[in-house]
Design a protein around this ligand. Structure first.
Ligand code: TTP
Ligand code: MG
Length: 474
């Protein structure tokens, strides 16, 4: 029923680099992409006049980190195949509305692709088996299990990207292993090496480090298989951008290591500038308007042109990315800052219909909230209104969740749909004039501003343990 956006949003920013927008919406936001996904800017590439066109930053010389990017194979389809192993040998598509959001590799051999319209997929593969991917509960559970395993067995520095990708900073583990390996100079790289024929001359110890990284990545994949029965691809490099890009080189269920010196070849092999994670449809259009089509074009374009269109920070970040430079740290993923569920549809034109949809979304959110264990203080309602001029206009309103409700959550009572509906209806009233005809195509309900349960009870404890004078009773 509902399609999650929160956890998927970040990943979509990366994916925009490779996919056409499925619904024509353009919610690309370069500033937010910058902070979460793309390398932080280094201004090395701005010439003395701040205006050059030279590809100054040939490569990153700091290879001290070892980063593994893990991307699970055909994730939703794989979860369905784990639930029902008979599907493994059949072409399988996961359907949300009229789109195949993913398909297994058997279906891919028939030419079925991710984000294909159902009708097109059926043409490619009439025997395609379809499973609904609207209920995300199991996918979310597997996603959590994967991140937990990586965190508990390999590194505390794990950053989740969407449901099925994780960056793992294994620098510390690699250093420890390298030390333990002593004088053993040659260590075998497990899996593929990207462009093994490229001559590499770097003497900082990075080759041994990447080899150890590849062995740890192989162990990670083995543990995921043993413990959860799930397979995935890994990319091993010295930064997040390169780890992600090199991991895509051999799919499915495989791994690829990038050795320093080969990053230039990797970046150029991608071809189109859109392949750079974070460069989505609308940004690509602006690049095209500047005559920048390929990554090579981006490397050599006049920096002043980029800066004029995108601003200094984004231009610099974009340029660095084109050379495979990325200094962003792997930032440990904490519990989600918000929890949302949404439903998109062709049309919702009555209050009764809207209420029913909001009710359904609340029910599923309350189930998740129970497992989460924290207390949300805010609820946000977003609707997408259809109009012939502005087809994809989203509007949101948020409100405080009444203390009577948060107190119940703190006590472990979750039968609260009716109470929360009252808040949602106030917000809905602010967003939609129900006295006039309206046409909605999406409703999203989001719980945010979380507080740990203990904080509330601690507050109460503190209150009661305070001297009476401080309680204003003197
Ligand atoms: P992906 O990692 O892009 O795809 P995948 O894991 O299915 O396949 P691959 O082997 O190529 O990595 O996305 C992860 C899951 O996210 C995917 O299984 C289904 C879901 N998804 C969406 O819900 N919407 C989307 O637009 C896409 C691309 C994926
Ligand atoms: Mg995947």
């Amino acid at each position: 029923m509902a399609h999650e956006i929160d956890e998927y949003e970040m990943k979509r920013c990366w994916q925009d680099a490779n996919q056409e927008d499925s619904d024509g919406e353009q919610d690309e936001d370069w500033s937010s992409l910058n902070s979460t996904l793309l390398p932080s800017p280094s201004f090395k590439n701005v010439g003395p006049d701040g205006n050059n066109s030279l590809p100054a930053p040939a490569e990153e010389s700091d290879h001290s980190r070892t980063i593994v990017h893990v991307d699970l194979d055909c994730f939703y389809a794989q979860v369905e195949m784990i639930k029902n192993p008979e599907l493994r040998t059949q072409p399988l598509g996961i359907q949300q509305k009229n789109i195949i959001v993913t398909c297994n590799y058997v279906a891919r051999r028939f030419g079925v692709k991710k984000l294909m319209y159902l009708s097109d997929a059926k043409k490619k593969c009439p025997q395609l088996i379809l499973v609904s991917g609207e209920d995300l509960t199991h996918y979310r559970e597997y996603s959590e299990k994967v991140t937990d395993l990586l965190q508990s067995e390999f590194s505390s520095l794990v950053e989740k990207l969407g449901f099925d990708e994780n960056f793992v900073d294994i620098t510390a583990l690699v250093e420890k292993t390298v030390k333990a390996s002593g004088q053993q100079s040659q260590l075998e790289v497990k899996g593929h090496i990207f462009a093994p024929d490229v001559e590499k001359a770097c003497y900082c110890g990075c080759h041994k480090q990447m080899a150890v990284g590849s062995q740890i990545a192989a162990k990670m994949r083995e543990r995921l298989r043993e413990s959860l029965g799930i397979t995935g691809c890994a990319g091993i490099a010295w930064n997040k951008l390169l780890a992600k890009l090199v991991g895509e080189q051999n799919k499915p269920n495989d791994q690829t290591t990038l050795l320093p010196g080969s990053e230039g070849k990797l970046m150029l092999s991608l071809g189109n500038a859109r392949r750079i994670p974070g460069i989505g449809h609308s940004m690509n259009k602006k690049l095209e308007a500047l005559g920048i089509i390929t990554i090579a074009d981006l490397q050599t374009a006049a920096f002043s042109d980029l800066e004029k269109v995108f601003g200094l920070q984004a231009a610099s970040t974009m340029r660095n990315s084109s050379f495979g430079i990325d200094k962003t740290p792997v930032s440990k993923t904490g519990p989600p800052k918000s929890m949302s569920d949404e439903d998109s549809f062709k049309s919702c034109t009555s209050l009764i219909d809207a209420k029913e949809r909001m009710y359904g979304l609340l029910k599923s959110l309350l189930g998740r909230l129970e497992k989460d264990g924290r207390i949300p203080l805010t609820v946000r309602l977003t609707v997408r209104k259809y109009s012939s001029t502005q087809k994809w206009l989203r509007e949101s309103r948020q409100g405080q969740i009444p203390t009577a409700v948060t107190d119940k959550i703190a006590k472990g009572i979750f039968d609260l749909s009716d109470h929360l509906m009252e808040v949602l209806l106030v917000l809905f009233d602010k967003l939609v004039d129900v006295k006039k005809p309206f046409h909605l195509t999406l409703i999203n309900v989001c719980l945010a501003n979380f507080q740990a349960k203990s904080t509330q009870s601690e507050r109460l404890d503190r209150y009661f343990s305070k001297p009476k004078r401080q309680q204003g009773q003197c």
